[in-house]
Design a protein around this ligand. Structure first.
Ligand code: ASP
Length: 335
């Protein structure tokens, strides 16, 4: 027996999105109270849908869509999609060709998550071109969520991954030039080439996401950012939606960024409103925002999507089975 116990709508409590209608209902199904979120209504979004950060998301989306068309699951699709960026030697912020830390080591962070909250991650992983595939193996073949450093590398090698020299001549030259002054500035590239975060929803409404990066260029050796941290760089709740982050990872971790975006959607915010509120929260907590770019992307369980960033220039690629296009996110500040 199912009956509605309570319906209510209120308009408070979400700061910048305080005017957004928040609806909740609870149903009793066979004696168990089931809470449902009445967030944004189902859109006319065509499913499946894939969104991913920055301009490299465009070709990553194409790979993800190809995987879906060949019968892959949405989890297969996001893994295949971000691998495209990881394996591109011209991309200096992800996988092969990533800019190294200040000691010249390319160290990689990645995580993957599905609609059932299954997740896997690797951090501070060296010598492996596709950390996202190792993260998926951690998820599927270990009792753990994250492996790090030497242990992650040993696990990868045990599972058939091969060692690769990730420091390309181009990135080595850039590092050598940086060393002349050795000034560390965690400024996210304005030309749109940073971490790739990808979120996908299949035609049944199942969500999946992946996030992978070589992290901030010239970071301290051993530094791990937000990208492999479930709840910071990526978060999915199959009942609500998915979110991912790019930008200065320390700022994202401080507010559990992607988890916050999903929780804001649970409370009724649209994907763009949720991203905007999370960005604003970061801005409120940092006195000096010089050069500090952060952007969030979100996808709700109906396929509505949106993004928001601190500074201008954050864009993302949005694809369905027959369309792939770049979208410029709204933002708070000009550079
Ligand atoms: N979020 C990444 C990190 O802090 C960097 C990026 O998005 O470019 O490692």
């Amino acid at each position: 027996m199912t009956k509605t116990r309570r319906n209510f709508i209120k308009t408070a409590g979400l700061g910048a999105i305080g005017a957004t209608l928040i609806g909740c209902s609870e149903e009793i199904t066979d004696g168990v109270i089931q809470a449902h979120v009445i967030g944004p209504k189902p859109s006319d979004s065509t499913l499946p849908k894939i969104i991913s950060t920055w301009s490299h998301g465009y070709s990553a989306n194409a790979e993800a869509v190809k995987k879906l068309k060949n019968g892959g699951t949405i989890l297969d699709a996001v893994e295949a999609g971000v691998k495209d960026s990881e394996s591109d030697p011209e991309n200096q912020s992800v996988g092969l060709g990533g800019l190294p830390d200040r000691d010249g080591h390319v160290t990689l962070d990645a995580c993957i998550m599905d609609h059932n909250s299954k997740c896997g991650a690797v951090s501070f992983l060296q010598h492996i071109e596709n950390p996202i595939a190792v993260a998926r193996k951690v998820m599927e073949e270990t009792p753990h969520v994250m492996l790090s450093g030497k242990g992650a590398l040993e696990f990868a090698l045990d599972n058939g991954f091969e060692k690769t020299n990730l420091l390309t001549a181009k990135s080595k030259t850039a590092w050598e030039e940086w060393k002349l002054k050795s000034e560390y500035q965690p400024i996210i590239n304005r030309e749109n080439h940073d971490t790739i975060g990808m979120l996908g929803i299949d035609s049944e409404g199942r969500l999946a996401g992946a996030c992978t990066t070589s992290g901030l260029a010239y970071k301290m050796h051993g530094r791990v950012g937000d990208s492999p941290i479930i709840g910071a760089g990526l978060f999915i709740d199959g009942d609500v939606g998915a979110a991912c982050a790019t930008g200065v990872g320390e700022a994202v971790i401080r507010i559990s960024g992607s988890a916050i975006v999903v929780e804001l959607m649970r409370s009724g915010a649209t994907p763009e409103e949720a991203c905007k509120e999370a960005v604003e929260r970061i801005m409120r907590k940092h006195e000096d925002l010089t050069g500090m770019q952060v952007g969030f992307l979100a996808l709700d369980k109906f396929g509505n999507s949106g993004g928001y960033s601190i500074y201008a220039g954050f864009n993302y690629a949005e694809a369905t089975l027959d369309r792939n296009e770049m979208v410029s996110a709204n933002y708070f500040k000009e550079w």
